[in-house]
Design a protein around this ligand. Structure first.
Ligand code: NAD
Ligand SMILES: O=C(O)C(=O)C[C@@H](O)[C@H](O)[C@H](O)COP(=O)(O)O
Ligand code: ZN
Length: 359
């Protein structure tokens, strides 16, 4: 399969390499480093052991827990201690090998160790490839909420080897599809048509369609973060990076409410369905586009409903959303396909009614 590259031109330009075999390019990005710390989850132990092949460097394997259990202060501290024991210096590099949870943590380790060492991201999930590994948001969760501690720290390169998708459980492919669908609604509606044409094909990990979807979603993300790496507050119709938070205000609150046991894409799927319904109720979005959300998301195996009783807890959790300014909630909404805008301090009754429509 052909290897493609997508340029990300933010503060320090880098390339995202996409295709089966992309991992073979790793040695060229690490040719001059002395040691490599590979941060990975248990399921990728064998792949991690092969990371140093072709590199003239000592490899330190740093296994971290599965999924969100890696994104904690305790695990972060353990990573720092391991690098300290190994005497890691600025001529060494960190590789994050895994899904978004692992690369969020690994990127933050690289950002903070000696105030910044080289970081190479090797996403191994659909969600990691299309979203988490690109754009330089790194960090961990607190019990109080999602991604509350972190840094903007750009990778040296991102290698998306599609071979990793073949063994990925179907629910994880679906979860990643939530961010692909997000990219479709906010910026590239062709993505939506491609999925609707044949949702099963879209989820085939060795097919051509998934490759097209991965590249299109990365292109959306690269363009957004290239223009606004550090997520300034939106100005008028120019939402900058905040646009990528479509569906995340409620989505992150659900993740916290579920004690970080839900997959990120599943929570974002409910969050997008909610905000589409809110946009429709406010007369901002047409019924067809609003209804297209749950239809499409369900077609790729994602949830779009949530119990009504959870509203008070979710409403409170949303206060800590990073888009909140003073006590005003702010939601990325749609005025139409690929026409996002920022809704500030929406009417509480409308919010609750939109949420209750999901139950
Ligand atoms: N930094 C960003 O811009 C950004 C963007 C989107 C999401 N995120 C974050 O990403 C995280 C979600 O990432 P995710 O969906 O990749 O989840 P994840 O990292 O938890 O991985 C999902 C599961 O797949 C397993 N896994 C990983 N690669 C595998 C493979 N090739 N084969 C089999 N199993 C594999 C993992 O061990 C885990 O159990 C969330 O914490 C979310 O907040 C960050
Ligand atoms: O890259 C971004 O910016 C995003 O908002 C992408 C989201 O998909 C992602 O989940 C991100 O981690 C959310 O960031 P947060 O700043 O709301 O925690
Ligand atoms: Zn997300």
């Amino acid at each position: 399969m052909k290897i493609s590259t997508i340029d990300v031109t933010a503060e320090r330009p880098y390339q995202v390499v996409v295709g089966t075999g992309a991992l073979d390019y790793l040695p060229q990005y690490l040719a001059d480093v002395k040691r490599i710390a590979v941060i990975h989850p248990p399921v990728l132990r064998e792949a991690a052991a092969r990371i140093g092949e072709g590199c003239d460097a000592e490899v330190l394997l740093l296994e971290v827990p599965t999924a969100e259990r890696a994104k904690t202060g305790e695990i972060l501290q353990r990573c720092w201690d391991t690098l300290a024991d190994a005497g890691f210096t600025r001529s060494d590099a960190v590789v994050g090998l895994g899904g978004g949870s692992t690369t969020d943590l690994a990127g933050f380790v690289a950002a903070t160790w000696l105030r910044g060492v080289r970081y190479v991201s090797v996403p191994t999930t659909m969600l990691g490839m299309v979203d988490a590994a690109v754009g330089g948001k790194t960090g961990i969760n607190l019990q109080a909420g999602k991604n509350l501690v972190g840094a903007f720290y750009e990778p040296y390169t991102v290698l998306c080897d599609l071979a990793f998708l073949v063994d990925l459980p179907r629910e994880e492919l679906s979860s990643g599809m939530a961010e692909v669908v997000k990219a479709g609604f906010i910026a590239d509606p062709a993505i939506l048509t491609i999925i609707e044409d044949d949702p099963e094909q879209a989820l085939d990990p060795s097919g051509e369609v998934i490759c097209t979807l991965v590249k299109r979603a990365i292109a959306v993300k690269a363009a957004v973060v290239g223009a606004d790496l550090r997520e300034r507050t939106s100005v008028g119709r120019d939402l900058g990076r905040e646009i990528l938070n479509y569906g995340h205000t409620l989505g992150h609150a659900i993740e916290r409410h579920e004690n970080f046991t839900w997959r990120h894409g599943e929570a974002v799927s409910v969050g997008m369905t909610f905000v589409a319904e809110l946009s429709r109720r406010l007369g901002r979005l047409d019924v067809d586009t609003a209804d297209r959300h749950p239809r499409l998301l369900r077609a790729v195996g994602l949830p779009t409903t949530y119990p009504a009783e959870a509203w008070p807890a979710l409403r409170e959790a949303m206060n800590l959303d990073k888009k909140t300014r003073a006590s005003a909630l702010r939601f990325v909404i749609l005025d139409g396909l690929a026409k996002a805008s920022m809704l500030e301090s929406p009417d509480e009754a409308e919010l609750e009614a939109a949420f209750k429509a999901l139950s």
